[in-house]
Design a protein around this ligand. Structure first.
Ligand code: PMP
Length: 361
């Protein structure tokens, strides 16, 4: 097989062990003689996978017992609409923190449903930082506060969160869920597309406090209604069986690798290696995010000269580094180093960066 280093932004790298297990079990799931691709979601086997995957996530993230874990379809983009449909009700106002492209999309959807205010924004800083949470004033009448914990395109990430008291805090954690420990009890609802840190595309994980499900009006169509999905234990309709099965394997891989705390340490070492290579380059490479808001998941950077940057991309591709080009909206360079990317792969990249700088610096 060709040696490649996968720095894709999502769908993204999966651990080799997980892929080998998928391959190994594909034709015969746990001695059933059937493939996971051809069993009923009402079968005992899938019921077990569904329940076990919920349980694994609860254990790994220390999710309190008064929360539900759901596996939904439609990606995080569906959550942008579903969140306000369910909770921007009763004539109340929602409050959003605007940190970049993804929070912007969430805000645009909420505005179609109801009154939506921007509580804090880092737009004036060109989204190089995350908004300042400490400056935020919280109106107790707010329906909910929404933030994007990691902006995948800008390469920024909140290092801390605030306690919003009685006002529920919601978070899009699509690009950093399970990359570090979080205090779930601080959030009333968390959602994340799986295709970065958790598995393949096709399933979105939702972690929601049971108490707030009571607020959902009965008029919300069933398929868009969190309460219906929770009451049916995520089996309201045909779930994305294959994707949930892969999330199950991915969660076991995280557990076998020491859990979320150990994964965080590994992620920190990976990110630190790349950022320090950028910072020590004497201006050859430049980080795009403000150091205090740098993401451990998506490292965005540029090269001092546009022509040389183009050349870097060509050479990176020739050398098997995949997914190094920045998002089309941001340009420049971005490497995504989600949970499955190894330290050794990051080291191969920094070796290449140092060698490239020697030749073009
Ligand atoms: N939120 C964030 C932070 C993302 O990075 C993405 C996808 N890159 C989305 C939302 C949208 O996810 P999906 O494509 O699964 O709808």
């Amino acid at each position: 097989m060709k040696q490649v280093y996968n720095f894709n932004a999502g769908p993204a790298a999966l651990p080799l062990d997980v892929m080998l297990q998928i391959q190994d079990e594909l034709l015969d799931l746990q001695g059933t003689g059937l493939s996971i691709l051809e069993i009923s979601h009402r079968s005992k086997e899938y019921e077990n996978i569904n329940g076990e995957t919920q349980q694994l996530l609860k254990e790994l993230l220390n999710i309190p017992s008064d929360y539900e874990v759901l596996f939904l379809q439609g990606g995080a983009s569906t959550q942008f609409a579903m969140v306000p449909m369910n909770f921007l009700t009763g004539g109340r106002k929602a409050s959003y923190l605007h940190s970049g492209t993804w929070s912007g999309k969430a805000i645009a959807e909420a505005r179609k449903i109801g009154e939506t205010a921007i509580a804090e924004s880092s737009e004036a800083d060109h989204f190089k930082k995350v908004p300042n949470l400490n400056r935020m004033k919280i109106d107790p009448e707010t329906a909910y506060i929404h933030l994007t914990s990691n902006e995948t395109i800008a390469g920024t990430q909140y290092q801390n969160f605030i306690n919003t008291g009685e006002v529920p805090l919601f978070a899009d954690m699509s690009s950093d869920i399970l990359s570090r420990p979080i205090d779930v009890s601080n959030f009333a609802l968390i959602y994340a597309g799986a295709q970065k840190n958790l598995g393949p595309s096709g399933v979105t994980v939702v972690i929601v406090k049971r108490k707030i499900l009571e607020r959902i009006p009965a008029s919300i169509p069933d398929i868009m209604n969190y309460r219906i999905h929770a009451n049916k234990r995520s089996l309201f309709h045909t779930p994305p069986v294959f994707a949930v099965y892969i999330v199950n394997l991915m969660l076991k891989w995280i557990r076998n690798n020491g859990g979320v705390k150990a994964i965080e340490q590994r992620n920190y070492r990976k990110a630190n290696l790349i950022y320090s290579t950028i910072d020590k380059s004497g201006g050859f490479y430049n980080g795009l995010a403000h150091p205090e808001s740098r993401s451990m998941m998506n490292v965005t950077f540029s090269i001092f000269n546009e022509g040389i940057e183009k050349h870097f991309l060509q050479e990176a591709e020739q050398n098997g580094f995949v997914g190094v080009k920045g998002h089309r909206d941001a340009g420049h360079l971005r490497v995504s180093i989600y949970n499955a990317v190894t330290y050794e792969q990051c080291q191969a990249l920094t070796d290449f960066m140092l060698d490239f700088q020697k030749r073009f610096g």
